[in-house]
Design a binder for this molecule. Structure first.
Ligand code: UDX
Length: 453
C-alpha cells in the first residue's frame, strides 16, 4: 500500500495537439503509463477539447489558456492555425505550468516527465525553463519524421525549387527515401509549402528533448527508425501501435454511430468495403458521386463514413447528396463510426482510406488490406509504404472516376491479387500482436522508456 502511494505521487503531464488523429494516440499512451502506476494530467487547449469520459475518470484534465476559434481554422488553414496556436500558447503555457508545478509540489507530487505532441512545440521552452524531463510524441510514422528532416535539408540547399517537384521530378524517387517520390513529400494542401516548411522547422527536433516516442513498430519501419536514431542521437522509442498497447478508450470528438455494427452483423464474411477519410479530409461533390457509382458497379457492399461538413457541396446540398446516397444499394452510411470495432468485424474485407497514420495502424492491426487514397501531409508517404513496402494496399492516384474506383475495389475484393494482399496483411497482424506482447519490441521499448523516468 505504501509503495503504491509512493508511486501515485509520480505524475506525467501530456499535451496533445487539438486534432482527433493526435488526441487518440496520446490518450492511449497515457493509459499505458497509468497502467504502469503513473498519475496522469492531460493539458488540452479549449479548441477541440475532449470531454473526459467515464473511462478516463482516473486522469486529471486541465485547460491551456488560448482564444482560438473554429473560424480561425477555416480562415487560416491547418498549417497557419498551428503556428498561431503555438504563438498564443507560448507565454500562457509557461505561466500555467509555473502555477501547476507549485500546486503539485504542495501536494507532494513530482512531475516526472512532460510528453508533448510534436506540433505543440511551444511546450519545449517552458519545460526547459523549469528543467523538467521533456519527451516528444510523434503521432505520425517514423518514415514521415525522416521525410520531414530530408525535406528540410533539401529546402536548405535550394529553397522551394527542390521541394515542389516541378516538371518530371515529382515522379522521381527522393534519394535514400525509397519508396517516397518528390510528390509524396509532406508538402501539401494543408498549407502553402512555405508554411509547411516553417511548421516543420519548428516541429523537427531541435536538440533539447530527452527522447522521442513514436507510435510505430520496429518490424514495420526498422530502417527509418535506425536512420532517426543515428541522426537524432537521443533515444527513440517505437511504442506502437498504441491502440494495441493500451486498451480502447472513448476518445472520439464526434459521437460514434454504433448502428453500423448491427448492419455489419448481417453481411457475409469479408464482403464489405469500409470507407473513411479520417477526421479532416474534405471531398468535392463530383468525387463523392463518382466514388458512389464505382462502388455500386463493383457489386460489393460498403460502409461509408461521411463526416458532417466533409463534402464541398456545389450542385446539391449536403443533405440532398446524403439522401441520394442512402438510397444506394448495398450501402450503409454513417456520420462517424466506431472505427476500431468496424475494422475488427469479420464482414469487413477492405478499407478505403485517406491513410492517416492511426487508420493505417488500425487496419494493419486487424489484417485488413487497403485501398489508399491519400490527400495530404504524411498520408501520401503512408500510402506508398502500404503499396510498395508492406504490399497490403493499392493506391488510387489521379482523378477519381467511377471506372477507376470499380477496378480498384475489384482488384482487392475479387481478384487473386487481393487474396495475396489479405494473406500478407494477416501475417503483419500477427507480427504486430507479437510486438505488443510481453516479449515484443514495443512492450520492451515502453519498459525501457519507463526506466528513464
Ligand atoms: C491526421 C492526419 O490526417 C494524419 O495523416 C496524421 O497521421 C494524424 O492526423 P486524421 O485525418 O484524423 O489524422 O486520420 P487518422 O490518423 O487516421 O485518425 C483518425 C482517427 O479517427 C482514427 O483513430 C480512427 O479510428 C478515428 N475514426 C475515424 C473513428 O473513430 N471513426 C470514424 O468514423 C473515422
Amino acid at each position: 500500500m505504501e509503495e503504491k502511494l509512493a508511486r501515485r505521487r509520480r505524475r506525467v503531464l501530456l499535451i496533445p495537439a487539438p486534432a482527433q488523429g493526435h488526441i487518440t494516440p496520446i490518450i492511449q499512451l497515457a493509459k499505458a503509463l497509468h497502467f504502469k502506476g503513473f498519475s496522469i494530467t492531460i493539458a488540452q487547449t479549449k479548441f477541440n477539447y475532449l470531454n473526459p469520459s467515464k473511462n478516463l475518470s482516473d486522469f486529471q484534465f486541465v485547460t491551456i489558456p488560448e482564444s482560438l476559434q473554429e473560424s480561425d481554422l477555416k480562415n487560416l488553414g491547418p498549417g497557419r492555425f498551428m503556428i498561431k496556436l503555438a504563438k498564443e500558447c507560448y507565454v500562457s503555457f509557461k505561466d500555467w505550468l509555473g502555477q501547476f508545478l507549485v500546486k503539485q509540489q504542495s501536494i507532494n507530487e513530482e512531475i516526472v516527465c512532460v510528453i508533448y505532441d510534436e506540433f505543440m512545440y511551444f511546450v519545449e521552452a517552458a519545460v526547459k525553463e523549469f528543467k523538467l524531463h521533456n519527451v516528444i510524441l510523434s503521432t505520425t510514422s517514423a518514415s514521415a519524421f525522416v521525410c520531414r528532416f530530408v525535406m528540410f535539408k533539401l529546402y536548405a540547399i535550394d529553397g522551394l525549387a527542390h521541394l515542389k517537384g516541378s516538371g518530371g521530378r515529382e515522379e522521381e524517387l527522393v534519394p535514400e527515401l525509397y519508396p517516397i517520390r518528390y510528390k509524396d513529400l509532406p508538402t501539401s494542401v494543408v498549407a502553402p509549402v512555405e508554411i509547411s516548411v516553417e511548421l516543420f522547422n519548428n516541429t523537427c527536433y531541435k536538440g533539447t528533448a530527452s527522447s522521442i516516442i513514436i507510435n510505430t513498430v520496429r518490424c514495420l519501419e526498422i530502417s527509418s527508425l535506425e536512420w532517426l536514431q543515428r541522426e537524432l542521437a537521443i533515444p527513440v522509442y517505437p511504442i506502437g501501435p498504441l491502440h494495441m498497447v493500451a486498451s480502447a478508450s472513448p476518445t472520439s470528438l464526434l459521437e460514434e454511430d454504433k448502428s453500423c455494427i448491427e448492419w455489419l452483423n448481417k453481411q457475409k464474411s469479408s464482403s464489405v468495403v469500409y470507407i473513411s477519410l479520417g477526421s479532416f479530409t474534405m471531398m468535392e461533390t463530383k468525387e463523392v458521386l463518382e466514388m458512389a457509382s464505382g462502388l455500386v458497379s463493383s457489386n460489393q457492399s460498403f460502409l461509408w463514413v461521411i463526416r458532417p461538413g466533409s463534402i464541398r457541396t456545389s450542385e446539391m446540398s449536403e443533405e440532398e447528396l446524403f439522401r441520394k446516397m442512402v438510397t444506394l444499394e448495398r450501402g450503409c452510411i454513417v456520420k462517424w463510426a466506431p472505427q476500431k470495432q468496424v475494422l475488427a468485424h469479420s464482414a469487413v474485407g477492405a478499407f478505403w482510406s485517406h491513410c492517416g497514420w492511426n487508420s493505417t495502424l488500425e487496419s494493419l492491426g486487424e489484417g485488413v488490406p487497403m485501398i489508399c487514397r491519400p490527400f495530404m501531409t504524411d498520408q501520401k508517404g503512408n500510402a506508398r509504404y502500404l503499396e510498395c513496402v508492406w504490399k497490403v494496399g493499392i493506391q488510387v492516384e489521379g482523378e477519381i472516376e467511377r471506372g477507376v474506383v470499380e477496378r480498384a475495389v475489384k482488384r482487392l475484393m475479387v481478384d487473386e491479387e487481393g487474396e495475396e494482399m489479405k494473406r500478407r496483411a494477416l501475417i503483419l497482424k500477427e507480427k504486430l500482436k507479437v510486438s505488443v506482447s510481453a516479449e515484443g519490441s514495443s512492450h520492451k521499448s515502453l519498459d525501457d522508456f519507463i526506466k528513464t523516468l
